[in-house]
Every structure is written in C-alpha cells, then in structure tokens.
Design a protein around this ligand. Structure first.
Ligand code: MTE
Length: 326
C-alpha cells in the first residue's frame, strides 16, 4: 500500500475462465430453495467447492445466519481471489503471494491467546477448527487501494474464541500479531514494514458477530496466499485490518500500535472503517473496482459507508468523529 500511487499502482488481474463458481451458484440456488438462510444446513465436506483447489482440505460449513453475513452479490472467481493478493511477507507484487507462499507451512500451527484475560491459552489448529461450528459467510472485502472482492469465507465469530479466554474488565483492545519467520517468508528481508505485521480492534469491534476468525474460503482450508491457516476478516474495514496467518491474540488496555499506522500514520489510522468521505491522502476512496468484473475502463462502483455494513456496525461508532478517527 505504501508504494502505490493513484493511477499508477492498479494492476487489473486477468479474469479467469476457469470458475468454480458455476458450482457455487448452483449450490446457492439449492440452498435458497431449501430455505437454508433460516435453517443453516450443514454442507458436505468437499461437495460444493470441490473444484476450488485440488489438494486443499475441504471444510464443511453451514450457511451463517448472522445478520448481514451473506451478501447476495456474486462471489469473485476463486482464481482471482487467490492470485491477486496483498501479503507483503511474500513480496509486494500482487502475484508474489501465490507464487511464493508455498513455504509458509501452515501445519502444525498454534495461536497464543493471552494478555488481560482470566484464562490465557494456546490453541492448536485442530482446536481452533473444532472450537465452534464452522459457518460460511459471504463478505465484501474492500482494499484501501480501491478494489474489492466478494469472498465466501469459512470460520466463526471471533467472539466465540474471546469468550473462552474470559477478558478482564481492564481489556479494552485486542492486538493480532502475525507470523514473522524469515525462513518461511522471503518478503521479510525487504523491510517494507516493521515486522511482525500487527493489527488491532477495539474489544467491542472484536466481539461484533460479523468479525470473523477465518479458517477457510470457498469450502476449503485457506490457501497460503490468503493467510493460512487462520486470519481475521473484518468486512466493514479496509482489507489491511484483516490480518493473515495469526500467531498471537493479546488483550490489552491501550490502543495497539498497528503495522500500517506505525509505518505511515498520516495515511492509515487505527479505525480504518471504509469511509467514502475520507480520502486517502494520495487517492479518493469514493469508488472501487470489483476484481474480475469491472474492467479498467468500466465505470467504477460507488464505495458504501462501512463497506455496506452500516446497518450492522454503525452503532459501534455513535458520537465519534470518523474523519478524526479514520
Ligand atoms: N496480513 C499480513 N500478515 N500481511 C499483509 O501484508 N495485507 C493486508 C491483509 N492482511 C496483509 C495482511 C491487506 S493490505 C489486504 S487488502 C488483505 O490482507 C488482502 O487479503 P486477500 O489477499 O486474502 O484478499
């Protein structure tokens, strides 16, 4: 993000003809017919998304019933969502993560959950996968660079994990630290950021049911380039809040120093709520391009306040000046 400037930085990916989403759409229609929005059917492992990526384990998930968790917009092609990525630990080019992230090694994996909690605990990946029923949620993700995607994630509300460690009354924020291992992440030597990549949320944001602990996408475990094996997905904030490959979740009293706010404080605030009225100092945030759909010469889409999730999350910011707390 640091190195992109208006106009010059946007690289449109090649739209893929190979789409698993015909399968995806068919399943969605079946679910609609079954009234699954209300009943949360469990989907068979590997069934609907079997075409997504050979070799990645399938994750069975029920369609989420959390209000706002399933947009009816068309999901981005799997090929686009997994080949146009920001994961600077593997390089700053959009194609780098897909090309280089096979060294990540997402198993075994543990996440340390500590800080101001009554029951600090280290979870291994299998514990995380079993912690709560897996849900499928279809979220828009809007990157600060002016593009967006629609992704069917698999996971559950971060609140499920939070309540198991019992935060103390003094815990006001949650800090997410991601893996920084030079042996597995070639981009670390470039020094683009002060590694590890750290993100943060206010405790009430972390507890909002839409805040997802992501363990998969398109019916499978996360591909490495999308933040395997566990990442955050906060749909109403710019994509950089959605930290990938998390190794530690810490409950703290004060606002955490986050990687992008530390690197360029005048450009990336702590809140980072999608706000078309607050321009990035180097480009407008009023519009966006949908990856794989809106060509370079197509009219851009209007960006919505809170990325379209205002009805669900707007009240978290009642009374706050969101131009000041950008
Ligand atoms: N997490 C880590 N650890 N490192 C990163 O560079 N990039 C962020 C976010 N999480 C990033 C990260 C940014 S800028 C975006 S837009 C999203 O991941 C992109 O997620 P995606 O590649 O799955 O679309």
């Amino acid at each position: 993000m640091l190195i992109r400037t208006q106009g010059s930085g946007f690289q449109h990916p090649h739209a893929s003809d190979i789409t698993p989403l015909a399968v995806y759409a068919r399943r969605r229609d079946i679910l609609r017919l079954a009234g699954a929005g209300a009943t949360a059917l469990a989907l068979p492992a590997g069934g609907a998304h079997a075409a997504a990526a050979p070799g990645l384990a399938a994750l069975a998930a029920a369609r989420s019933t959390v209000p706002g968790a399933v947009t009816l917009e068309k999901p981005t092609a799997y090929q686009d969502a997994t080949s146009y990525n920001n994961f600077y630990e593997f390089g700053t080019d959009k194609a780098d993560p897909a090309r280089r992230a096979q060294t990540l090694a997402p198993r075994p994996w543990t996440v340390e959950v500590d800080g101001l909690v009554r029951k600090p605990r280290r979870f291994d990946l299998d514990e995380l996968l079993r912690l709560a029923p897996l849900e499928e949620r279809i979220y828009r993700l809007r990157c600060v660079e002016g593009w967006s995607m629609v992704i069917p994630w698999v996971g559950y509300s971060l609140a499920e994990l939070v309540r198991r460690v019992e935060p103390l009354g003094s815990a006001k924020y949650v800090e997410f630290t991601t893996l920084a291992d030079k042996a597995r992440m070639p981009g670390l030597s470039a020094g683009v950021l002060d590694w590890p990549y750290v993100e943060g949320l206010r405790l009430d944001e972390a507890l909002h049911p839409l805040t997802l602990l992501g363990l998969g996408m398109y019916g499978q475990v996360l591909p490495n380039q999308n933040g395997a094996p566990v990442r955050l997905v906060v749909p109403w904030k710019y994509g950089f809040k959605s930290a990938k490959s998390i190794v530690r979740i810490r409950f703290v009293e004060h606002e955490p120093a986050t990687a992008w706010a530390k690197a360029v404080p005048q450009e990336y605030g702590f809140y980072s709520n999608v706000n078309p009225l607050v321009d990035h100092p180097r480009w407008s945030q009023a519009t966006e391009r949908r990856i794989g759909e809106d060509g370079l010469f197509a009219k851009k889409r209007k960006t919505l306040p809170f990325n379209g999730y205002e009805a669900q999350v707007g009240q978290l910011y009642a009374g706050m000046d969101l131009k000041k707390y950008f």
